[in-house]
Structure formats: structure tokens, C-alpha cells
Design a protein around this ligand. Structure first.
Ligand code: MCN
Length: 792
């Protein structure tokens, strides 16, 4: 049996601390700090006429009130557009505090700083803002018609227009023996992490000091760069530390949030600690949503269901501003094709401004919508031809012999998206076996005879994971023998401390209990990109492995010299280097760390022992050129391109003939994320993703009224599922190593969520016998669809 840690289902080392209440989240750090609170627009679209703060000034405990007029220099400019792309037609980003106009309910208009949150909220209540209310733009029809515009300086609402084309899809469709048209809708939803956003800032200008910022973010270095630039501080004067984070799921990638700039700006101005922790209502109306798209699909296919041409036109609801460029439309349009190869493909995405909360990536980031379009199309083709749905998919799959496979589409960074490895027919076979696809027809008939409605659905996907540009890892062996590892990734519950320790344990032959991993601290790792796009295992995992390999090579070199042995004759295991064949000879890693520094300092808890420089050799400098004292190494991994994970989900549902209640009887997943570092963590990631996928398919939606008010901005009204409503997925896996990185891994963090809407729509359709074109679907939606269908 292998004693390797990588590949083993190691229990998460961080959990004991978190589940016993010893975690330290942003709000835990806020005690003693002055509290910020925000005056937010009650209107979806309005011109600000005046802001009267007079009454607020009387509030006991008030420290300051700020509006846009108080901001100057870069703080007064619109926030940056983070991801430029040629398809952006009109980039509009918000101001940190609104200047002249507000474009969605919840936009920050003024900031109050007070002794505590109670006083701050009292002052917020007393600030009077005069608004000239304008017409809102809500929903995609409204936005597309351009009868009203979101931004006063624009003639329409088009934020971006993206077209990608491979082959001549319209001609291929026109020549195809069969054609179909579909109109599909996915509604708005959102991540809703357990912990909202939050920032704590301390300004300490003393010698060498500056700004220390704690923030609940997925991108510590991005926040640091943005805050330094906006506050006109040298980068070296800003430190960002990410405490424990209670979930991110994408919404905490955005950097900087207006609050992330304003809180440190106020802390510096006031010379005191200032903190803000978002409340749930603020999270609903002032953070970010995703998903909302309308898709019009036209497809041409042959008698076997093979797609000859696919033409997809998408309207994407972008919300009021564009901090993230065209990233979601790009992901939808480039990964929509999944594991299939159509004869020709054309996609056109109109990204439209609406006077609603901004839209930024949420776990899956555009892929659930793309998979919905493709998989609904597969089912519609099968239905039209009277063929088995799995067989139609099989007819369109890319074969392993075709890999690496280039769909001819370009990603955000202009690089081609090439599927690097995978076995899509094997994935399809595995899911049909797992769910018992071939036996289901008989079961459905028996159930029907008993008056029950049951249905089965299937959906496949690919996921380009782990984009660049890079991620770093630092590994240091202390003289005690303990190993300190740093990654720039911040962690929101993925188990990074455990998996990175597993990797280092194998590379250095040290027990995991001797390894300590620091995440998201710009003091330890100033160069980093962040946690998103299922990139941690691939990018940070690879960088940490590469850094550990450097350390291992140096340890063997230093030990070989000390032992008078050849490095090739040494083994490193259990924290000790041994001479092969003479196991009594050797030294532990801590001693090697001491020897790696010519000053030969050894520190332990009880004593400080220093042996002055005592290198016996005099024919070279004590530290060779290009080397460094100490036993540590830093490495950066920069992927050539994304690596493609893939998978398939299948679900069996039962719908109540009277109440239209939808029950999931079974939910099966087969996924392939390359080599797996920790199968227990990956399973948890998939289960968590399935929970969000099921929630997005059956429960969660953001409901706006015509005036742009979010009607369900609380957990009383927004239906997050209970544990009892989330199925425990039956999970199978394949492991096709990625050839692109040293660990052969692919991302897994989003896999569970991606096909949720597609697979459940298919299963409900199968149970009901009529087409399901819009998700999410509630019992009441289904009830009305039944009526409409019955009425013809
Ligand atoms: N892993 C592994 N072997 C693999 C792939 C992954 O053991 N072949 C492990 C990784 O080491 C890591 C976890 O699985 O511990 C997820 O890895 P990865 O797919 O690389 O994703 P990231 O680490 O980049 O995390 C981001 C990803 C995304 S994009 C979202 S959104 C998401 C997710 O992770 N948000 C989460 N999972 C989440 N889980 C929690 N609890 N909270 C969130 O906010």
C-alpha cells in the first residue's frame, strides 16, 4: 500500500479549528474599530439632486459622513474595468460613492463612520437624499428594446457584443435534413455565501508602516494593488491579510469593491481603525448576481442526431455596470459546445445593461447557461428523431483519439481553448451505467401504471479550469524541522491548507503535522492572482510542488556535502535524510536547514544556539552566486492554457400529479478532474456544487419588479435549499491526467454546479411529456405549464 499523501482521502486539517468555533472571520476582527455604514439608493435609476446630512450630524457617536464630493484624485474616478476585451462596446463602472446618478437599488450614495454600527445606522437613517427618479430598465426585453437606457450617455444598453464563428453554421443549418429552434431562459441567481463581504482597515503611518487591510476576498493581491493605486500609496505600504472566509463562490473575486476602497480611505483620513461587515440585505442588493440569459438556438442535424450546424444567439443580463468585462459571455459561448463537435458553430452574445445589481462570475461562471443551451438542444433533437437521448449525445462526442482538440474558439486572453485530455465516451458510459439508464424505460412504465410521474435526465459538460497567468508557492524548512508553506490564494472553504500540505509532505518526506500553510497574506506571498476558475489545485498546487522540489534538491545537496555522500545515494523520508545502505547515517531536515545558513543559527523554543560561520572550505564564498542562505524555495507555475475537466450528471425525479411538487429520487455524477490530490475534498466540492446546481434549478431566483426593486432580498423570500432538499449525489469518477501541469490535475471546484439546470429540466420534461425551456422551475411554474400544455 502506498504511503503517499497525494491521492489519499486525508481529513481536512483546518476543520477542527473551524467547527469548534476557533475560526477568525472578518467580523471577529472588527471589535473596537469605528463602524462604517452606507446610505444606499432606494431607486433603480435616479439623478441625485442633493444630499442633506444635517440631521445625521447630531447622532451621538457620529465620526464622519462622506459623499462623492469628499473624494478626490483617483478615489473620485470610476472604479477600474478589470478584464478588458475587444468585444466590449461601452464599459461603464461605478464610482466608489455615486456621483450624480444611481443605476441600481443598493448603490452606495454616502458613507457614515461612527463609534459603532448602531450609531452608524442611526446616522444613515437621518441622511436625506433628493432624487429625480428616472425610468428603470429591468429585464432583457426592456434592455434590448433600448426604449430607455441605463446610462445617460448611451443610445442603447449594449455593454458588449461577442461573435465567435467556426465553419458556416447558417449555411450548414439551411442544408441540414432536420432543423429545430429553441427559446431558452435562465433566470438571475446569486452565490449567497454564508458570510457576506467585509473590510477592516488600520492606518499606521509610523516608521515603515502604512495600511493593514483585512478583507473577506478571493483576491488579496488584486485588492492590495487597487487600494494602493486609489489611495496613491506605494505598494509596499499596503498589506492585505485575508482571515477565515465563510464562502466566496465568485462574488468575492471582485476587486476592489467600493467598500474595499472607502473603508481604508476613511481609516487613513481619520487615523483610526474602521471596519464594515455587510448585512444580508446589503449582500442581496449591493454585491453581485449571475446567470440571467435568454438563448435562441437554431440547429441543423442529420438522421442520427449529429449536429451539422448550431447557431446560438444570447442576450446576457449584465446589470448596471461592467467590472468584469465580457468574461461570463465568453465562458458561456466558448464552453457551450461541451464534449461535442458540431459541424459548424456560430454564437452571438449581446451583453446588456439593466438597472439591477451587477453581474459577475458565480461558481460555474457562464457554463451552467451554456450547458443548458447545448443539452436542451440534444434532448430536443432526440425527441424530434424519436431516438435515445444518450445515443444522440454519443453520436456527437469528441473521441479520445481526437484529443488534444481545438474547437476553434478563443478564450478571454485570446488564446485558443484546446481540450487537453479526457475520455468523453467513457464519461457518458459511466453515467448511464451508474444511473441505470437502460433500465429506466421499464421503471417509468410501471410507475405510470401506478399513476406516478417519474423521469430521467442526463447532461454532459466540459470545464476549462485553471487559467493563468500564474500562481506562486513558497516552502521553507525551519531549523526546528517544521515546514512553512505560503500560497497567495485566499481560501474560502476549499481545504487548501490540507491539499497543499499533502503535496509538500510527499515532496519533502515530512509528516503533514509538521507542515503549516498560510493563505492569502500579501506579506508572505506578494505575487498571486487569486482563487477562482477552479485554479487552486492546478496553479498553486503545481507552484508549491515545484517550490518543494527546489527545497528537496537543496536539502539533498547540503546533506550530501555534510555527510560526504553523493546526493543520488540519499533518501528523504519521515523528515530525515538517510544514506541508502547505511540507514544509521543521516540527519534530519531541521539540521539541514541549520547547515543551509552559513551563520548556522538554530532556534528552538528553549534556546537560541548560534555557531558563528564555520565553513571549512575557503575556495568559494560562503553563499554561492545564485544561491541563498536557508532551506527555502519559491516557484511560480504559469499554465500554457486552461486544462479541461469534464463530467456528466443524471437525475431521476418524480413530480406530484396534483401539487406539481418536484422530488429528486436520485442524483448521479461522474466527473473527471485529472489526477486527484484529495478524493474526500473533491467529493465534498462536488456535493457542494450539486447543492448549488439543484438550488439554481428548483429554488433560487432573484425576483425584480418592473420598478427595479428586488422583491426577495432576504432569506425569508429567497429560497436557499434546506439540507433536506439537497440530494446526496452518488458520485463516480474517472482520472485522465492533464499533460499540462506537473501534478496532472484539473480543477474540481465548480464541477458539481454546472449541469444542474440542464439535467433537472431534462428529467422533469421526461416525467411530464412536454418541453421545459426555462429554469428555475418551481411547483407553481410546473403547475402553470401543465395547464398551458393541457389547453394546447
Ligand atoms: N482538488 C483536488 N484534486 C483535484 C482538483 C481539486 O484535490 N484534481 C482539491 C483542491 O486542492 C482544492 C479543491 O479540490 O482543495 C478545489 O480545487 P480547485 O478546483 O482547484 O478550485 P480552487 O481551489 O481554485 O477553488 C475555487 C473554486 C471555485 S471557482 C468556487 S466558485 C468555489 C469552489 O472552489 N467556491 C467555494 N469551492 C468552494 N468551496 C467552498 N467551501 N466555498 C467556496 O466559496
Amino acid at each position: 500500500m502506498s504511503d503517499r499523501m497525494v491521492g489519499a482521502p486525508v481529513q481536512r486539517t483546518e476543520d477542527e479549528r473551524l467547527v469548534t468555533g476557533q475560526g477568525s472571520f472578518l467580523d471577529d476582527l472588527c471589535r473596537g474599530a469605528a463602524a462604517a455604514a452606507f446610505v444606499r439608493s432606494p431607486h433603480a435609476h435616479a439623478r441625485i439632486l442633493d444630499i442633506d446630512v444635517t440631521d445625521a450630524l447630531d447622532v451621538d457617536g457620529l465620526i464622519a459622513v462622506y459623499t462623492h464630493e469628499d473624494l478626490s484624485g483617483p478615489m473620485a474616478d470610476p472604479l477600474p474595468m478589470l478584464v478588458p476585451h475587444p468585444s466590449i462596446v461601452a464599459a461603464r463602472t461605478p464610482y466608489a460613492l455615486a456621483r450624480e446618478y444611481v443605476h441600481h437599488v443598493g448603490e452606495a450614495v454616502a458613507m457614515v463612520v461612527a463609534r459603532d454600527r448602531y450609531a452608524a445606522e442611526d446616522a444613515v437613517e437621518r441622511i436625506r437624499v433628493g432624487y429625480d427618479v428616472r425610468d428603470p430598465v429591468v429585464g432583457l426585453d426592456d434592455a434590448f428594446s433600448a426604449e430607455r437606457t441605463v446610462h445617460e450617455d448611451m443610445a442603447d444598453n449594449v455593454a458588449g457584443l461577442l461573435v465567435q464563428e467556426v465553419g458556416g453554421a447558417p449555411a450548414a443549418i439551411a442544408a441540414a435534413p432536420h432543423t429545430l429552434d429553441l427559446d431558452l431562459t435562465i433566470e438571475r441567481s446569486a452565490c449567497t455565501p454564508l458570510e457576506g463581504r467585509g473590510v477592516h482597515a488600520r492606518w499606521d503611518p509610523g516608521a515603515g508602516g502604512g495600511l493593514r487591510l483585512y478583507t473577506s476576498t478571493q483576491t488579496a493581491t488584486g485588492v492590495r494593488a487597487a487600494v494602493a493605486a486609489r489611495l496613491e500609496l506605494p505598494l509596499g505600504q499596503v498589506e492585505v491579510v485575508v482571515p477565515d472566509v465563510g464562502g466566496g463562490f465568485g462574488v468575492k473575486i471582485v476587486h476592489p469593491w467600493p467598500e474595499e476602497l472607502l473603508v481604508p480611505w476613511a481609516a487613513r483620513r481619520l487615523g483610526r481603525e474602521v471596519a464594515w461587515a455587510e448585512d444580508r440585505r446589503e449582500h442581496f442588493i449591493a454585491s453581485a448576481h449571475e446567470r440571467a440569459q435568454r438563448q435562441r438556438v437554431r440547429v441543423g442535424f442529420d438522421g442520427d442526431g449529429r449536429i451539422l450546424g448550431l447557431d446560438v444567439r444570447i442576450l446576457h443580463d449584465n446589470g448596471a455596470y461592467l467590472p468584469y468585462g465580457m468574461i461570463i459571455p465568453i465562458v458561456t459561448s466558448t464552453q457551450l459546445l461541451g464534449p461535442y463537435k458540431p459541424g459548424a458553430y456560430r454564437v452571438e452574445v449581446h451583453s446588456l445593461y439593466t438597472t439591477t445589481v451587477i453581474v459577475t462570475p458565480y461558481r460555474g461562471a457562464g457554463r451552467p447557461q451554456g450547458v443548458f443551451a447545448m443539452e436542451r438542444t440534444m434532448d430536443a433533437i432526440a425527441d424530434r428523431l424519436g431516438r435515445d437521448r444518450a445515443q444522440v449525445r454519443a453520436a456527437n462526442l469528441i473521441h479520445p483519439r481526437d484529443l488534444p482538440y481545438d474547437q476553434g474558439l478563443l478564450f478571454q486572453d485570446g488564446r485558443p481553448l484546446v481540450y487537453d485530455s479526457g475520455d468523453y465516451p467513457a464519461t457518458l458510459n459511466a453515467i448511464t451505467d451508474l444511473v441505470g439508464w437502460d433500465d429506466f424505460a421499464a421503471y417509468r412504465e410501471r410507475a405510470r401504471a401506478e399513476g406516478r410521474r417519474v423521469g430521467i435526465g442526463l447532461a454532459c459538460y466540459v470545464e476549462g479550469t485553471a487559467p493563468g497567468p500564474y500562481e506562486g508557492g513558497h516552502v521553507q524548512v525551519e531549523t526546528s524541522g517544521r515546514v512553512r508553506v505560503a500560497t497567495g490564494l485566499s481560501t474560502q472553504g476549499q481545504g487548501h491548507q490540507t491539499v497543499l500540505a499533502q503535496i509538500v509532505a510527499d515532496e519533502l518526506g515530512v509528516p503533514m503535522s509538521d507542515i503549516e500553510v498560510t493563505t492569502g497574506d500579501t506579506r508572505r506571498m506578494p505575487y498571486s492572482v487569486g482563487t477562482y476558475a477552479s485554479r487552486g489545485a492546478v496553479t498553486s498546487g503545481s507552484a508549491v510542488a515545484m517550490a518543494a522540489r527546489k527545497v528537496r534538491a537543496k536539502a539533498l545537496r547540503v546533506a550530501a556535502e555534510a555527510l560526504g555522500a553523493d546526493p543520488g545515494d540519499l533518501d528523504l523520508s519521515e523528515g530525515r535524510i538517510r544514506v541508502r545502505g547505511a540507514p544509521s547515517e543521516g540527519m534530519d531536515l531541521g539540521t539541514v536547514a541549520v547547515l543551509s545558513n552559513p551563520l548556522r543559527y538554530a532556534f528552538d523554543a528553549a534556546s537560541v544556539a548560534a555557531t558563528q560561520f564555520s565553513d571549512a572550505r575557503h575556495d568559494r564564498p560562503p553563499v554561492a552566486e545564485g544561491d541563498a542562505p536557508g532551506l527555502e524555495g519559491t516557484a511560480f507555475y504559469s499554465p500554457l492554457r486552461c486544462t479541461f475537466a469534464n463530467g456528466a450528471h443524471a437525475a431521476i425525479v418524480e413530480t406530484d400529479p396534483d401539487t406539481a411538487e418536484i422530488r429528486i429520487l436520485r442524483y448521479c455524477v461522474v466527473h473527471d478532474c485529472g489526477n486527484v490530490i484529495n478524493p474526500m475534498i473533491v467529493e465534498g466540492q462536488v456535493q457542494g456544487g450539486v447543492a448549488q446546481g439543484v438550488a439554481g434549478a428548483l429554488l433560487e431566483r432573484m425576483v425584480y419588479d418592473g420598478g427595479g426593486q428586488l422583491l426577495n432580498a432576504s432569506f425569508m423570500d429567497f429560497l436557499m435549499p434546506y439540507a433536506s432538499e439537497v440530494p446526496v449525489a452518488e458520485i463516480g469518477s474517472l482520472e485522465t491526467a492533464s499533460p499540462l501541469n506537473p501534478l496532472g490535475v484539473k480543477g474540481a471546484g465548480e464541477a458539481g454546479v454546472i449541469p444542474g439546470s440542464a439535467v433537472l429540466a431534462a428529467a422533469i420534461e421526461d416525467a411530464e411529456g412536454f418541453r421545459i425551456d426555462a429554469m428555475p422551475i418551481s411547483p407553481s411554474d410546473l403547475f402553470h405549464l401543465r395547464r398551458r400544455h393541457a389547453a394546447g
